[in-house]
Design a protein around this ligand. Structure first.
Ligand SMILES: *Cc1c(COP(=O)(O)O)cnc(C)c1O
Length: 386
């Protein structure tokens, strides 16, 4: 029966069976079936809808308990969380910050807005995130340690201050190896964990292994606050300071207005935090449903020439976005065309950062694995279903 249907038609049918609908199927949409309305209504009735309120504190405490980070600082979005983390890490204008070319642009925008310059390192075939071997190779060739212990580019002028690995689609980066390279080269680690809430590296929550992490609660992420993010800080005191700079950095006083440093005013409104708190309660169920969905896709693609992207053996992925590797670029293009024309949304991976106008002059390595993913990868509908 299936013999006169194309592989793409079979995939469309399979996805429609999973979501039990003939309507358009998006890549990812939020699910609200718990206390969302109740908590959001509560903020309106209390008038505490803005940047002060009990849900902001509650949301931060919930994320701290869930991830095990020292201090979580709520922000307006994940991009802002990254910006604050880079600021707190001491990144300065003119510094180099290593990151991956295969990422969402927000990772690099944060580096750009520090006045720093990204260096694009290849990703690992295993994790789809920053490759520690590629990073070490680039440093061995291009960096040296000054007498004061700081890492510099070979020109002796540009400091290499930090690295931002990103846990792509929720799959954890090889953190032990990465941290070892960073220790050797005195480089601060800021994990972009925007896609990986609920993902573990060897039992530890992603975003808590480096000095800082950043999570996002944008509408398409595993849980949403409408918009929002948090900077995860390993050190509690640094976290308190980070909280201070996300406000207007006003010195505590009942009525005097005195600000002791430049603040970002990146605070998350209580209205959004209320939604986030309710979503935190649903997170364990979402994770289970996403794992189930990934299992179904894996089975569907087994024995075909399309390879389902599974979590690395050392980690536990949240399977935020399911992905497959197509046999070649033509197969990828055909599958994208067919599924999207039939109302099942699929998407290629982001264009490599080196192709974007603002980063076209940035340094990079060969990026051979990144290019492979760019040419072959497709993301599949990943909204949790029960
Ligand atoms: C979503 C995302 C962010 C930040 O997202 P916001 O939309 O600013 O909350 C940062 N990095 C990556 C990799 C992301 O996917």
């Amino acid at each position: 029966m299936a013999s006169n249907l194309s592989f793409g038609d079979n995939l469309v049918g399979f996805v429609r069976d999973i979501y039990r609908t003939n309507e358009f199927i998006p890549l990812h949409e939020p699910t609200f079936s718990g206390n969302e309305k109740k908590y959001v209504l509560d903020t309106i009735e209390s008038t505490f809808v803005s940047s002060v309120g009990k849900y902001v504190d509650d949301f931060e405490r919930r994320i701290e308990a869930y991830t095990g980070c020292g201090k979580a600082v709520a922000t307006v979005n994940g991009s802002a969380a990254l910006h604050v983390a880079l600021h707190m890490a001491g990144v300065r204008a003119g510094d180099l910050v290593l990151t991956q070319a295969l990422t969402f642009v927000a990772t690099c925008n944060a580096i750009f807005h520090m006045g720093a310059n990204p260096v694009f390192i290849d990703v690992s075939k295993v994790s789809l995130g920053l490759c520690p071997i590629a990073m070490e190779a680039w440093l061995d060739e291009n960096a040296f340690l000054k007498d004061n212990g700081e890492c510099f580019y070979k020109d002796g002028k540009q400091r290499i201050k930090a690295v931002v690995p990103m846990h792509t689609f929720g799959h954890p980066v090889q953190m032990d190896e990465l941290l070892a390279v960073c220790l050797k080269w005195n480089i601060t680690v800021i994990e972009d964990a925007a896609e990986s809430l609920g993902s573990l590296y060897k039992g530890k929550h992603t975003g808590t292994l480096g000095k800082f992490g950043a999570v996002s609660f944008n509408g398409n992420k595993i849980i949403t606050a409408g918009g929002g993010g948090m900077a995860l800080c390993k050190d509690v005191n640094v976290g308190m300071h980070a909280k201070h700079v996300t406000t207007t950095a006003k010195a505590p006083h009942p009525y005097e207005f005195y600000h002791d440093e430049p603040g970002f005013n990146y605070r998350m409104p209580n209205l959004n935090a209320a939604l986030g708190c309710a979503q935190m309660e649903a997170l364990p169920a979402f994770l289970q449903q996403k794992r189930g969905l990934a299992g179904m896709y894996k089975e569907f693609f087994a024995g075909t020439e399309y390879r389902f992207v599974s979590e690395p053996s050392y980690g536990h992925s949240n399977y935020w976005l399911n992905a497959i590797m197509c046999p070649d670029q033509e197969a990828r293009n055909n599958l994208l065309e067919l599924t999207n024309s039939k109302g099942v949304m699929t998407r290629p991976v982001w264009a490599l950062m080196t192709k974007l106008p603002m980063f076209k002059n940035a340094m990079s390595d060969e990026l051979s694995v990144s290019k492979l993913f760019e040419e072959h990868l497709i993301n599949l509908p990943s909204t949790p279903v029960n």
